[in-house]
Write a protein that binds this ligand. Structure first.
Ligand code: EPU
Length: 351
């Protein structure tokens, strides 16, 4: 007997006036004029044949964990639900894994750690999909995706063709890549290949809060499973679960400023945490700036700043995209006034 899954139906279904409330982790009420879900690369090719990409390029939605959606989007939205994960190659030291862009990122991390494949355990519990991971070069606890990234395949909406991009072609930076610039809005990531270690895992445990956690728990020689468990525990204690409290992780990027701009702040706040970077610049935790500006745990109507991490803006229930945006702009103005530093949203504002 042949089974036909509804999900992988051979033709993508275009829907009108589609409710996106359950498709964004801030839980914002939002409707898209047109919506289509792609479950395979074949779906993208079919949409191209139907001239779907001719009038406008849709906004591509992954896990909806890094977006702020306005209440009505007079655009097309394409949900990327391309699935699958497998080992495609290995040698004595490394394994290459390939995952569909629509796979849940944390489930991929969990799957890798289960098999003792090392390299992404520090990136446990980052919300979102595999396809979104390279776009913003996700990072946490001393590791960024580009350290293990091998290549990705993308669909070019302009031509309807598939292309492979290797790491050097992706222009990775801090929460940044070519997909936020030259290729923004023109391509859809279909799959991602990562190179992970099978033996001689490199353990990244020096990030302050991770190191503290391991010490407090008497873990002196952490394995990748210990790092995974520690990151999960730290994230659960500091970051709200979107299932309980709508949020999109860090709302702003950590600002990178000239060393000279730090000096006057250091004068007044000798406890300011910062990280020296190449070229006389420093990265300052936005969460610290926001906390010092008095926003940590503060609520205005339905919107608030999370009590355990000031970089996270939360929906206490019933908030709209506009309210979240206004809250973010008030925070930005306060930080600018107090420190003269411009905060830039990390979250993608879709309107
Ligand atoms: N801090 C405060 N007050 C706060 C929050 C933080 O003073 O309310 C201070 C902390 O004490 C610490 C420093 O800021 O000294 C850094 O805090 P934390 O380790 O929590 O990291 P972060 O810089 O705020 C970044 C990422 C997170 C990632 C963590 C851990 C960005 C924009 N954010 O946050 O990523 O999980 O490091 O590596 O780079 C995300 O991108 O959505 C995200 C959650």
């Amino acid at each position: 007997m042949t089974h036909f899954s509804v999900k992988s139906s051979s033709h993508p279904q275009i829907k009108k006036n589609f409710d996106l409330t359950s498709f964004n982790t801030l839980g914002l009420p939002s409707k898209a004029a047109r919506f289509v879900e792609a479950f395979s690369t074949d779906h993208l090719l079919k949409l191209h044949e139907q001239a779907f990409f001719q009038e406008e390029f849709p906004f591509v939605l992954g896990g909806g964990s890094n977006v702020l959606l306005k209440d009505y989007l007079d655009i097309s939205v394409l949900k990327n639900s391309i699935s699958g994960k497998k080992v495609i190659k290995q040698d004595d030291s490394f394994v290459w894994i390939e995952a569909g862009a629509g796979e849940n990122w944390h489930e991929l991390v969990d799957w890798a750690v289960e098999q003792d494949f090392g390299g992404i355990e520090n990136l446990a519990l980052i919300p979102g999909t595999v396809g979104a991971a390279p776009i913003q070069n996700i990072g946490a606890y001393g590791v960024e995706l580009d350290q293990v990234f091998e290549s990705l395949e993308l669909f070019d909406m302009r031509t309807g063709k598939l292309h492979t991009y290797c790491r050097e072609e992706c222009g990775f930076g801090y929460r940044d890549s070519i997909f936020k610039h030259e290729l923004k809005g023109r391509v859809i990531v279909t799959k991602v290949v990562l190179r992970l270690t099978k033996i001689n895992h490199i353990i990244h445990s020096s990030y302050r809060s991770l190191n503290d956690f391991l010490r407090e728990n008497n873990i002196t020689k952490p394995e990748i499973g210990d790092i995974f468990d520690a990151v999960v525990a730290i994230r659960r204690s500091k970051l709200p679960d979107p299932a309980d409290l709508g949020n999109a992780g860090s709302f702003f990027k950590n600002p990178v400023v000239e060393r000279a701009a730090l000096e006057p702040i250091l004068h007044e706040y000798s406890d300011i945490p910062y990280f020296e970077m190449e070229g006389e610049v420093v990265k300052i935790p936005a969460g610290w700036l926001i906390e010092k500006a008095g926003w940590k745990g503060r609520r205005v109507g339905n919107v608030g700043t999370y009590e355990n991490q000031a970089l996270v803006i939360v929906n206490h229930g019933g908030a709209t995209g506009e309210e979240i945006y206004e809250h973010a702009m008030r925070i930005k103005a306060s930080v600018k006034k107090l420190f003269g530093i411009d905060l830039v949203p990390e979250v993608n504002i879709v309107q």
